[in-house]
Ligand binder design. Structure first.
Ligand code: AHG
Ligand code: MN
Ligand code: MN
Length: 359
């Protein structure tokens, strides 16, 4: 019954053929998949294993860590530190890069991850995920922080796991975006969603509308037009979703199209966005582009953004290509002063000076 199914290992051997360091990269992705299986088992046990709730510590972003944030981070570190495949790792949950311990050989790749994305959803039993990015480190010495600061376009592989009703691994090595479903009985990831493709058009958008008063004019214009539905500028009704787990939003978009936005806003002028460039926005943008979608900050292609620090934030607008291109056009028109009739008096740059801090 299982003969002929494509396992992750078989897929990687076929797809990586001809890529520099193919064997090592394949082995690294298999190690990441092993960590994902362990995290999947833990998220599934939840309260039965006492794994829900918070721990008494904060990460570099000042966010209180969930137990599962800390455990998922440890699982990824332990799975990948010993095999001689990575030169170093970086994580949302670690202030600084994690060097490979001296007792283990160093490899030629850097692995960066958000161990548990959407961890505020864990306690309420809504889908969470893991996001990862792989970069090259073409030297034999230990990497410094600066070695990690490569633009998203330099990634050699990226992916996410989603821990939902089924556990899936979705990845790209720059040859399309492909989805695998974990067969728990066999313990293998099986290729179930080859060459995922995002429809260019959509009538579904995702944004946290509680931030509406902080949005910039182009985002406000776009959302207002969607909400106006068939009687407005767009001439059709739109649907809205917000799961508060980027992985889950992106998975929906890869399956049936849509737009996801966590745009630049004025909530806290010191933060140019909510999401983190290196372990959220860049890997997800690689997957989105490889599936035929678009990803932008509103002002430039997201994969072109060169990081200046490990944990920097970035505005994110991604999904169905025609809709994202429209939102980019709205930003360009606003910058050129060509959208005066769309700028609501409720909504302007005065809020730049509001003192509220982002939670
Ligand atoms: P994380 O749990 O890794 O900190 O990431 C949460 C992110 C992202 O997954 C989601 O889209 C967003 O934060 C949710 O933001 P809101 O709290 O504004 O809904
Ligand atoms: Mn996250
Ligand atoms: Mn996280």
């Amino acid at each position: 019954m299982h003969l002929g199914r494509t396992t992750l290992s078989k897929f990687l051997i076929q797809q990586l053929d001809g890529i520099e360091g193919a064997r090592e990269l394949g082995a690294l992705l298999v190690d990441v998949a092993a960590a994902v299986k362990a995290i999947s088992a833990m998220t599934a046990k939840g309260a039965l294993a006492g794994l829900l709730g918070k721990v008494d510590s904060q990460n570099v972003h000042g966010e209180v860590q969930a137990k599962l944030d800390v455990i998922a981070n440890d699982v990824l570190i332990r799975s990948n530190e010993w095999g001689g495949l990575v030169a170093g790792m970086a994580s949302e949950e670690l202030d600084d890069p994690y060097p490979v311990p001296p007792e283990y050989p160093r490899g030629r790749f850097l692995l960066i991850f958000d161990p548990l994305d959407g961890s505020s959803n864990a306690d309420v039993n809504v889908s969470v995920g893991t996001i990862f990015s792989v970069l090259r480190h073409d030297r034999t010495d230990a990497p410094a922080t600066a070695d990690f600061l490569q633009p998203g376009s330099a990634q050699v592989a990226a992916g996410y796991a989603i821990y939902g009703p089924s556990t899936m691994l979705v990845l790209t090595i720059g040859k399309g975006t492909h989805g695998f479903t974990l067969d728990h009985e066999i313990g293998n990831f099986i290729l179930t969603h080859p060459a995922m493709t995002i429809p260019a058009d959509t009538s579904e958008f995702a944004i946290n509308t509680s931030n509406a008063r902080f949005w910039e004019a182009p985002v406000h214009r776009y959302v207002t037009e969607c909400q106006a539905g068939r009687t407005g500028e767009r001439g059709r009704d739109f649907n809205m979703r917000w799961i508060a787990s980027m992985v889950a939003e992106v998975h929906r978009i890869l399956i049936r199209g849509g737009v996801f936005m966590y745009p630049k806003d004025t909530k806290d002028p010191s933060k140019p966005g909510r999401l983190r460039l290196m372990y959220e926005a860049s890997p997800i943008s690689f997957l989105i582009e490889q599936a035929g979608g678009r990803s932008t900050t509103g002002r430039e292609r997201l994969l072109a953004v060169t990081p200046t620090s490990l944990h920097q934030r970035v505005p994110v607008i991604l999904g169905s290509a025609n809709e994202v291109a429209r939102i980019e056009r709205y930003h360009a028109e606003h910058a050129a002063g060509h959208d005066a009739e769309f700028v609501s008096p409720l909504f302007n740059e005065r809020s730049l000076f509001r003192p509220e801090a982002r939670s």
